[in-house]
Ligand binder design. Structure first.
Ligand code: TRP
Ligand code: SF4
Length: 338
């Protein structure tokens, strides 16, 4: 087990996971857990940078997140799931790292820049609401990664600059104090982002356009019925274009070979949208059924879920402590032995 490379991924606990998360990363994590020593971080401290006054949301999302992981096939015997705030060594490393990065470099971090621009748009101010904690979140993310000696960090396109930032901080640490930290590589996901039911490029809770892994059969049916279709199709036998229809788009993901028939019938006008939607909903439900069943099992055994979190966090913490021992020796702040 020890010669396996280390991989680290994580999510902010701010809500339940949707099928965009599933195709974009969860599916991949399930595969990677066999090949790598995998850590899965529940980034509650990072979630608090944006939600410091909403700790209920963060707290309540933690178990939802673990339920989603387990439901999708993350195996706690192969993957270490842990809670960030319960590893105080990460906060400690963040402080040491904060001397190794300039404020202007953080302000130039593309992910931070984009998020600041979004905040400005949202709150309509000139960025005076940007906190020290928010600006510094790439530093804490670097600590998340470096403390486990992660070799590989799978990320979406938007998080790529975070890994670049981590590499710089690690290089700076190693050149200053000695070569002890691992410089991680980003593994950028190939799966395109899944669009929302309304056609929005982003699927998200605030937009109300997401299909959650925990949605019931009825919720899926209702959501699919409201999906945006080819607007030129008014009557059942009008010809239409499945490529400009969100139902068509989702048939691509869930309907396998059946989709060719669906598309042909849509184009020739021999298929009505209602039947088309019903078929899609039933395919999505067939796909999600095993996930739903597994989720239900763990929902009924929440003590198991807690145990998985406690064990994972314990395992993660002992690894973090090992790294911190080396870090402090290297920094010459290991004043007393033991
Ligand atoms: N920033 C990531 C997100 O918003 C979550 C995260 C925190 C993370 N620390 C990490 C991801 C370390 C990978 C590695 O999704
Ligand atoms: Fe979309 Fe299906 Fe209607 Fe075609 S028939 S427009 S693919 S819902």
């Amino acid at each position: 087990m020890n010669d396996k490379k280390i991989i680290l991924t994580g999510d902010r606990p701010t809500g339940k996971l949707h099928i965009g998360h599933y195709f974009g990363s969860l599916q991949n994590r399930v595969k990677l857990q066999d090949e790598y020593e995998q850590y899965i971080l529940i980034a509650d401290v990072q979630a608090l940078t944006d939600n410091f006054n909403n700790s209920d949301k963060v707290r309540n999302s933690i178990r939802e997140l673990v339920l989603d992981y387990l439901a999708c096939g993350i195996d706690p015997n192969k993957s270490t799931i842990y809670i960030q705030s319960m590893i105080p060594e990460v906060a400690e490393l963040t402080v040491f790292f904060s001397n190794l990065v300039t404020v202007s470099r953080l302000q130039r971090n593309p992910t931070v820049k984009t998020e600041i621009a979004q905040k400005k748009e949202l709150f309509g101010n000139d960025g005076e609401s940007i906190t020290y904690g928010f600006l510094g979140y790439p530093v804490s993310q670097a600590a998340d990664i470096a403390i486990f000696g992660a070799h590989i960090v799978p990320v979406g396109e938007d998080q790529f600059p975070m890994i670049e930032q981590t590499r710089e901080i690690v290089r700076k640490f190693n050149s200053t104090y000695g070569d002890i930290l691992v410089e991680p590589e980003a593994l950028v996901g190939k799966f395109p982002r899944v669009k929302g039911l309304d056609g929005n490029a982003k699927m998200g809770k605030s937009l109300g356009n997401a299909i959650y892994l925990s949605d019931t059969k009825e919720e899926i049916e209702r959501k699919v019925m409201n999906a945006v279709t080819d607007k030129t199709k008014i009557r059942k036998d009008d010809k239409a274009n499945p490529d400009v229809c969100m139902v068509g788009y989702y048939h691509n993901l869930f309907s396998g070979d059946e989709k060719e028939i669906v598309f042909d019938e849509c184009r020739s006008g021999s298929r009505g949208c209602v039947a088309c939607k019903k078929q899609l909903a039933s395919n999505i439900n067939r796909y999600l059924e095993p996930i739903r069943e597994k989720r239900k099992y763990y929902e009924e055994h929440m003590d198991l879920v807690d145990e998985i979190l406690i064990k994972g966090t314990k395992r993660a913490r002992s690894k973090a402590k090992e790294t911190m021992k080396k870090v402090k020796e290297a920094m010459k702040i290991d004043y007393f032995k033991n």
